[in-house]
Write a protein that binds this ligand. Structure first.
Ligand code: ADP
Ligand code: ADP
Ligand code: MG
Length: 499
């Protein structure tokens, strides 16, 4: 295996920049590809070379295999990094890259193929004693049979798309009466989003927590895990807040889950970076959900607690190097939290809110990392994922990381569109999150748009006043206009009314 000289990054936005930065540190040249909507994008400016690959729609540009391969040939790149989303989990793309004599910075096409189908993945890992959620192991073809299975498993159940991703094609069915309707919706969504209407049934785990393991394998058969990430704070079955380590995973559970994750990787001869996702019930039983055969959006929290650069590891493994460490040489240092800053309106069902970044000021300082792909004055194009940035905080322990995150959110200034910053601040302040006693239903259980309007300065004052009342037995009237309350007023809330 030979050294990589030039990498084409088949992606855009923050992840394209993230990959190019590491390549530059390693002395590797970079090629950006871009659509007509991204002419002025930062990843285009950062790269050593850039090639236009088509019109704005991703189906005409970032998903066009021929155009991307042609760009690699034209610039004489010797490797392609797919990032996440787009073609990253497309085995035909990985195969094509290899057939063209280029290095695919990721797993083998075969591993992508197996893990790309949730049903094929379950079949593969079942042989390795990995616990699975009770459910069907074949696509549903007969509705009546499926209903029988559902009543045996017990409602609520979840109908899921085998080809699913990004939380799409998933329907909770509370009882038999709503089975037909939810089934039709799941099949429709799966067909339109993935071109494959195959769905299956899983028991719906109540009070579920999403815990995933970062794994890494080399091309010599070695596999390690880089510990877990907890991603239970979600909307639409998609992550918004992620952290490492998880607040409920004990060393014993970590060892058991880590072993299961490594077995999942071994079941498909996996190499390079991958994520094994598990769902955990309120009794701390864990079950395999799926494997994502790529670098994950939330990989920075793992980098922050391990001190490793996962993109650098990916490149070295693609070059054929052996993993530079063994499992017992790895350990967790401190605690990291990531929030995804989406151009979405939490007060309006988290609907995308596209527009211009009139003000865009990043937080700074100790333990803070911002991975983004925008500058003040830029538009968030509506053709792609509405994520503006990832804000990552690292500290010695969870409580300190939460405090740092609140400080960072308060420093972050974004005007021109609604974002998830205020929602994430609500999460950081919430007792359920702080105590570690939360699950994937956090939004449904606790969040209302009104919560964003409520001043927490007021809350603090009322709480303080109550405490004084209880202690002294005398009444204190909370005056919210007290000047000392003003400085802690948060930017994001003020901005709501500015913009
Ligand atoms: P992660 O598991 O890394 O948090 P997400 O589920 O949030 O990833 O997805 C990351 C990106 O990949 C998003 O832009 C999402 O829309 C996209 N994505 C994920 N799975 C698929 C898929 N099967 N097909 C198309 N896009 C996908
Ligand atoms: P995707 O490919 O869309 O990421 P996953 O299977 O990883 O699909 O599930 C996404 C999310 O949906 C999980 O993080 C969890 O919140 C929820 N979920 C999935 N399966 C179950 C289940 N059996 N019970 C409860 N929640 C589930
Ligand atoms: Mg998933």
């Amino acid at each position: 295996m030979s050294k990589i000289r030039k990498i084409l990054v088949a992606n855009r936005g923050e992840i394209a920049l993230r990959i190019m930065r590491t390549a530059r540190e390693m002395g590797i040249s970079t090629v950006a590809v871009y659509s007509e909507a991204d002419r002025r994008a930062l990843h285009v400016q950062y790269a050593d070379e850039a090639v236009l690959i088509g019109p704005p729609a991703s189906s005409e540009s970032y998903l066009k295999i021929d155009n991307i391969i042609a760009a690699a040939k034209k610039t004489d790149a010797d490797a392609i990094h797919p990032g996440y989303g787009f073609l990253s989990e497309n085995e035909m793309f990985a195969q094509r890259v290899e057939d063209e004599g280029l290095v695919f910075i990721g797993p083998s096409p075969k591993a992508i193929n197996i893990m790309g189908s949730k049903l094929a993945a379950k079949a593969a890992v079942a042989k390795f004693n990995v616990p699975l959620v009770p459910g069907t192991s074949e696509p549903i073809t007969d509705i009546n049979k499926a209903k029988k299975v559902a009543s045996t498993i017990g409602y609520p159940i979840l109908i899921k798309a085998s080809a699913g991703g990004g939380g799409k094609g998933m329907r909770i069915v509370e009882d038999e009466a709503s089975f037909d309707e939810q089934m039709a919706r799941a099949v429709g969504e799966a067909t339109s989003a993935f071109g494959d209407g195959s769905v299956f049934i899983e028991k719906y785990i109540t009070k579920p927590r999403h815990i995933e393991f970062q794994i890494f394998g080399d091309k010599h058969g070695n596999v390690v895990h880089l510990f877990e990430r907890e991603c239970s704070i979600q909307r639409r079955h998609q992550k918004v807040v992620e952290e490492a380590p998880s607040s409920i995973v004990t060393p014993a559970i970590r060892a058991a889950m880590g072993e299961a994750a490594i077995n999942v990787a071994k079941s498909c001869g996996y190499y390079n970076a991958g994520t094994v996702e598990f769902i955990m019930d309120d009794q701390l039983n864990f079950y395999f959900l799926e494997m994502n055969t790529r670098l994950q959006v939330e990989h920075p929290v793992t980098e922050e607690i391990t001190g490793l650069d996962l993109v650098k590891l990916q490149i070295k493994i693609a070059e054929g190097e052996k993993l530079p460490f063994q499992q017992d040489e790895l350990s967790i240092h401190g605690h990291a939290i990531e929030i995804r800053v989406y151009a979405e309106d939490p007060a309006n069902n988290f609907l995308p809110d596209i527009g211009t970044l009139n003000t865009y000021k990043r937080p700074q300082g100790h333990g803070i990392r911002v991975d983004d792909g925008f500058e003040q004055g830029m538009d968030i194009p509506f053709y792609y994922d509405p994520m503006i940035a990832k804000l990552i905080c690292r500290a010695d322990n969870r409580e300190a990381a939460i405090q740092k995150m609140i400080r960072a959110i308060d420093e972050y200034e974004i005007t021109g569109l609604e974002t998830t910053l205020g929602f994430c601040r609500f999460v950081m302040k919430h007792e359920a999150f702080r105590s570690g006693n939360f699950d994937t239903r956090f939004v449904e259980n606790y969040f209302t748009p009104a919560a964003l309007q409520k001043s927490d300065a007021t809350d603090d004052w009322v709480a303080a006043a109550l405490a004084i009342t209880l202690e002294n037995g005398k009444k204190v009237s909370p005056k919210i206009e007290t000047p000392t309350m003003q400085p802690s007023e948060n930017n994001w809330r003020k901005r709501k009314f500015d913009s």
